[in-house]
Ligand binder design. Structure first.
Ligand code: ATP
Length: 354
């Protein structure tokens, strides 16, 4: 196991700068998820960690030692890719043990370690099968076992679940996280899927255009996003945003926009009259006959236990999450309230949290 530390990392592909001055620490045994939209630099950071890509400037440390110039095979890191890259002519056991063969580990030990790793990922019965005889999820597990068998200090995962269907993805999320809890190996996992990040991570690193937008636990990112960008990226359905102003009625500040008047926490320090963007997560909007937000129901979308209410509030689209038995009718008017401490205020210019 190991710590991983990035100190002021900059990465350029010729003159194209994809990452600037990025600093980040990953603790021993931590499950860190690099989350961000396509092209933000997640894979590049992972590949630099593995030694598959050079670092233009800055220091990359594994267990406190600078490894910028250390070749991949000497970094003691195992990587699982999106396309599992299994050898089609090798059995499950041979695929898993292959990296040990290259490292000249004796045959009996190879066999023992491959069997152990296969058992850990639930493939103990399938050692003699070929990749073509396995399902997508089983192939992904072979790729994981192949990484685990190395007993590496750090596991790197690059979007390992994106080729799987939704049900299998949910199952593999759980399996990978369970495996991590059992082995305790420091893990860096790349995804653009916020659900994967929220469900698996100890620490989410939200990236944006080659820099870090926010680092925190899933709860921290959900409850206190540092910016409108972070607020919008985390949570499904996405947060509602509405532009308005902060007004003061004596000691009681309020957010006011067309058709909306919401009490704000009294501790708020934003000056009255300031323009702000108010963010409200759909599950924080509560159906309430006395609520100060009035909306017309455009569509009720049933998702199983919940229903997503698509509303028009003063001409603006809003989504509220209600329970499936909520008495609502398409075209009808509904009233909603939201607790003051569930409101998120952002600066309209910078997008930063106020
Ligand atoms: P995705 O989720 O689509 O894989 P990502 O966040 O992992 O995206 P990267 O693959 O790290 O993004 O790419 C970051 C940026 O660097 C992109 O603009 C990409 O086009 C660019 N890039 C990546 N590899 C190279 C390369 N070898 N040469 C030039 N540009 C590159």
């Amino acid at each position: 196991m190991a710590t991983v530390e990035y100190r002021n990392i900059t990465k350029r592909f010729e003159s194209f700068e994809v990452m600037r001055d990025l600093s980040l620490s990953i603790a021993d045994g931590e499950f860190a998820v690099l989350l961000g939209a396509s092209g933000c630099g997640k894979t590049t950071l992972l590949r630099m960690t593995a030694g598959l890509e050079t670092v233009t400037a800055g220091d990359l440390l594994i267990d406190g030692l600078r490894v910028n110039e250390v070749p991949p095979r000497d970094r003691d890191i195992a990587m699982v890719f999106q396309n599992y890259a299994l050898y089609p002519t090798m059995t499950v056991a041979e695929n898993i043990a292959f990296s040990l063969e290259i490292r000249r580990v004796p045959k009996a030990e190879r066999r023992r370690r491959a069997e152990e790793a296969a058992a850990l990922v639930g493939l103990g019965e399938h050692l003699a099968r070929y990749p073509r005889e396995l399902s997508g999820g089983q192939r992904q597990r072979v790729a994981m076992a192949r990484a685990m068998v190395r007993e590496a200090k750090v596991f790197l995962f690059d979007e390992p679940l994106s080729n799987l269907d939704a049900k299998l993805r949910a199952q593999m999320r759980f399996e990978i996280r369970q495996l991590h809890d059992r082995l305790g190996t420091t893990t860096i996992y790349v995804t653009h899927d916020q659900i994967e990040a929220m469900t698996m991570a100890d620490k989410i690193v939200l990236m944006r255009g080659g820099t870090i937008e926010q680092v925190g636990t899933p709860d921290e990112l959900y409850d206190r996003p540092v910016s409108r960008f972070a607020a919008d990226f985390i949570g499904s359905p996405a947060m509602n945003f509405v532009e308005g102003t902060v007004e003061a009625n004596g000691n009681a500040p309020a957010f006011v926009a067309e058709g909306i008047h919401l009490a704000l926490p009294v501790s708020l320090t934003v000056a009255p009259g300031s323009p702000v963007v108010c963010g409200i997560r759909p599950p924080d909007l509560v159906l309430n006959a006395d609520g100060s937000i009035e909306g017309r129901l455009v569509l009720a979308e049933k998702t199983g236990p919940d229903v997503q209410l698509h509303l028009s509030v003063a001409g603006q689209d809003f989504i509220a999450t209600a329970s499936r038995d909520a008495a609502v009718e398409a075209g009808g008017l509904v009233r909603l309230s939201v607790a003051p401490d569930k409101l998120h205020l952002f600066d309209p210019q910078s997008g930063r949290r106020l």
